[in-house]
Structure formats: structure tokens, C-alpha cells
Design a binder for this molecule. Structure first.
Ligand code: ADP
Length: 446
């Protein structure tokens, strides 16, 4: 079981986050819905309840018939004398307000500044609801009658209790359900991370197994293709080290052989002395050349300074190096401008020209053709077999026919790498025993 690092310990669990968010959202939404329901319920039931209340106070619909000429005092007197009303409103413990004047307040509810902004009016005092309704008296006057709404209070209290229990139970269920769902959804992550932690350099071929869901299948495919790339890179490195070691062994064995020979007879035999020195010189030159090429191949990615220049001048400059050779170079076609690096381009040209010379032992005519924004280095040498055309660009690849002391099998891979950097596409056309053409197509427009 892997232990968590300090940094990991400070992170929150995704399961916890998910559970918290879902539970909190459920709680919030349900509370809002129940609150809205409560408002609607109160709003609709208050009217019904007000009706019931009015009916209770004045079953006939109107109290005190007659003219509205009476002043408040008269009304009070009339009310007090009206047995029915007194029994049903004042004596039945109702608050009575006429024209803003409190005639009766058995609950000590009305205080200075007490306002009733609409009727029927609901007022909550010490856990109890009081209802105020308007009753018309004397034709046009309004009498406000109020009193405790016991049934209504009981109804709201029951509603609130059910609401709290519902919210609590729903949130609790949501907590459990979301916890188990989140854990279930995230379970493949734990399995994938377990597989990843088991992969090391000795079992790089291991892969994450197929996942049941599309999302995790995508992740595991991505990880697997990353592992493919790492494994490929690692194999290449391994192959590279083995190739380098192999390439170093031959010249070093030769050097050590000649040194042994020198020690035994070299000082006495001038022939052996000269042969040994020449052979050691050849081997060290080979090693030096190979190491230089390896350095170019493994050079860290540096910024290339691109400049504009005419291609012919660079070709001519490189060819000058072979003035003393017995090869004939023919530059043909139209010169053109490129945006490239003279330094890298010279290295590339050198590789192709030297190869053309190396693999054309008989016909020593080499053409350098400038055409359609490309340079073709064409020889009339031994050519390359169809099935070898791809392989020749691999590191350390060399044909048996090329196993001379001068051959490393690195030239074309360097040309390819530099070509990629300079945006030059390299292709080969060749026929065995007829010759080869290497086509360098420039892709950088000027
Ligand atoms: P090297 O020339 O040092 O062996 P390269 O990477 O330059 O390494 O070439 C790889 C192989 O490609 C050579 O060994 C040779 O077989 C083949 N090759 C390259 N250029 C030519 C050519 N112009 N004609 C025939 N074969 C060639």
C-alpha cells in the first residue's frame, strides 16, 4: 500500500469533495423548494382561513346595519349593545380595531406603530399566529377583527416539522448515496494508479488493463500510448548504447593489438613499427570521427539562426573540400534562395557528397542538381536495394558492403536530424548497381 507524501496529505479527497457538493446542493435546493412551498401554502390557506374567521365572527356577513353617520363612540356603544356581536367578537376574545382605534386587545398585542399593511393579515407572536380580517360595518366602515389562529398555527407547526424531517432525511440519504456513487465512480482511478506504480524500468511492457467506462478507457489508452513512447525511447537508448559499445570495440581491439605488437617487436622491426603507427592512426581517426558525429546527433536542441542565402554558394564551398579528389562534380540547374543555416546545411551536403564518393568506386561523376526548390545529389555508384532504403537513415545502420574502417552508419541519421531542424524533406531514389539520388526538398519559403 503506497503511503501519501506530505503534499498529497494536504490535498482534499475527490470523493469527499463530490459528496459534500452533492449533499450541500440537495440540502439547499430542498430547503428553497420547501420554503417556496411554505409561502404558497400560507398564501393560499390564509384566505380560506380568513373566510372561516369572518364567518365565525359574523355569520350574517355584515355587522351593524344602518347609516354610516355614526361617530366612533356611537359605534362602540352600538357594538356593546349588540348582543350578537359582543358575544361573537368582543367577548369571544377578539381584537377589534375601528378607524385605527383599538377598541379591544385582550392579548396585549397591539403596540405603538403596529401596522397592518394588507388584509387578511397574519402576525406571529410568541410561536402563535394571529389573524386579522376586515368586516364591513354600517355599510362603508371597516372593522378589523383579530385573534389567535390556533388551527393555522398547528398546521404551520406540523408543516415545519415535516419539512425539517424531510430536509434532514433527504440530505442524509444524499450524503450516503453520493458518497457510495463517488467512490464507485472514482474506483478505477485507484486501480489505474496502482497499475502505474507497479510499472518500472524492468517491466516497461506492462500496460493498464481495459476499463469498463469510456472516460477511464480514454485515460488508460493515453497512459498506455505514453508507456509505448517511453518504452520505444528506452529501447532506442539501449540499442544506441549497445551499438556505440560495439562500434568502439573494433578500433579499440585493433589499437590494443598493435600496441601489443609494438611492445614485442615494434622497436626492432621498422616495418611493424610503421604498420602499427598507421593502423593506430586510422583507428583513432575513426574513433574521433565517430565521436564527433555522435556529438552532433546528441547535441541538445539549440536555437538555429536562420538567414537568407543562395544555395549554390554553399554547395560550391563544400565541393572545394574535395578539389584534390579524383571525383568530378557537376553543378546543374537554377540557383535559388533559401532561408536556412549555412553551417548545418554544409554538414548535410558533406554527408551526401562523401557518401556519393564512398559508394561510387568506379564511375566518379557526381551531379548536384538544383531544381524546384530542391537539391539532388546524384551518383552512379553501387546503389541501394529497395528494402534497405528506409533502414539507411537509422543510427549505426550500414550495409555489409560498407563495412570499411571509414563507415559508421551515422551520416544519414545526422543528415535526417539536421534536415528536420531546417525543414528539409529528404528522400532517396536508387537502383542497385545503377546509382543513387538523394533529394533534399526545402520547405521554408523565402
Ligand atoms: P556510413 O556511410 O558511415 O555507413 P550513412 O548513415 O551515411 O553511414 O549511410 C548508411 C548506409 O547507407 C551506408 O552504409 C550505405 O550502405 C548506404 N548508403 C548511403 N549513401 C549511399 C549512396 N550514395 N550509395 C549507396 N549506398 C549508400
Amino acid at each position: 500500500m503506497a503511503t501519501l507524501s506530505e503534499k498529497e496529505k494536504n490535498k482534499k479527497s475527490a470523493v469527499f469533495n463530490q459528496t459534500f457538493i452533492i449533499t450541500f446542493t440537495t440540502f439547499l435546493l430542498l430547503s428553497i423548494m420547501i420554503l417556496a412551498l411554505r409561502i404558497i401554502v400560507i398564501d393560499t390557506s390564509i384566505d380560506t382561513y380568513a373566510h372561516m374567521f369572518i364567518n365565525e365572527v359574523s355569520p350574517s356577513g355584515s355587522i351593524l346595519k344602518g347609516t354610516s353617520e355614526l361617530d366612533n363612540q356611537d359605534i362602540i356603544d352600538r357594538l356593546l349593545n349588540d348582543n350578537d356581536v359582543i358575544k361573537k367578537s368582543l367577548l369571544a376574545n377578539k381584537i377589534v380595531i375601528i378607524d385605527g382605534k383599538v377598541l379591544s386587545d385582550p392579548y396585549n398585542l397591539i403596540y405603538d406603530g403596529f401596522t397592518i399593511n394588507k388584509l387578511p393579515f397574519l402576525y406571529k407572536h410568541q410561536d402563535y399566529y394571529y389573524i386579522f380580517v376586515a368586516i364591513q360595518i354600517l355599510g362603508s366602515k371597516l372593522m378589523i377583527v383579530g385573534g389567535p389562529a390556533f388551527e393555522f398555527t398547528a398546521f404551520i407547526k406540523t408543516f415545519d416539522r415535516i419539512a425539517i424531517i424531510t430536509i434532514f432525511l433527504a440530505s442524509l440519504s444524499s450524503l450516503f448515496i453520493s458518497y457510495f456513487l463517488s467512490r464507485n465512480i472514482l474506483r478505477p482511478v485507484i486501480s489505474i494508479s496502482k497499475h502505474i506504480s507497479e510499472i518500472n524500468i524492468n517491466n516497461l511492457e506492462h500496460r493498464i488493463p481495459e476499463q469498463k467506462t469510456i472516460e477511464y478507457e480514454i485515460i488508460s489508452n493515453k497512459i498506455n500510448s505514453m508507456l509505448d513512447r517511453i518504452q520505444y525511447g528506452y529501447e532506442i537508448q539501449k540499442q544506441f548504447i549497445s551499438d556505440v559499445s560495439h562500434e568502439l570495440r573494433t578500433p579499440l581491439t585493433s589499437i590494443s593489438g598493435y600496441v601489443k605488437m609494438l611492445k614485442r617487436w615494434g622497436t626492432r622491426d621498422e616495418g611493424i613499427l610503421i604498420e602499427s603507427i598507421e593502423s593506430i592512426e586510422r583507428s583513432t581517426n575513426y574513433l574521433k570521427d565517430m565521436i564527433e558525429k555522435l556529438l552532433i546527433l546528441n547535441e541538445p536542441e539549440t536555437e538555429i539562426e536562420f538567414e537568407e542565402f543562395n544555395i549554390k554558394r554553399v554547395v560550391e564551398k563544400v565541393l572545394k573540400l574535395y578539389d584534390n579528389s579524383d571525383y568530378n562534380f557537376y553543378i546543374r540547374g537554377e540557383d535559388f534562395k533559401v532561408k536556412s543555416s549555412k553551417e548545418y546545411l554544409s554538414i548535410i551536403f558533406k554527408i551526401f557528397i562523401e557518401n556519393a564518393m564512398k559508394y561510387s568506386p568506379e564511375n566518379k561523376n557526381i551531379d548536384i542538381i538544383m531544381k524546384d526548390y530542391s537539391i539532388i545529389i546524384k551518383d552512379n555508384g553501387i546503389g541501394i536495394a529497395e528494402d534497405k532504403k528506409e533502414k539507411i537513415f537509422e543510427r549505426f545502420y550500414k550495409e555489409d558492403s560498407a563495412r570499411t574502417t571509414k563507415s559508421h552508419g551515422l551520416g544519414l541519421s545526422i543528415a535526417k536530424k539536421l534536415g528536420d531542424k531546417l525543414n528539409i524533406n529528404i528522400e532517396v531514389e536508387s537502383k542497385l548497381n545503377e546509382g543513387s539520388s538523394f533529394i533534399l526538398q526545402f520547405k521554408n519559403d523565402v
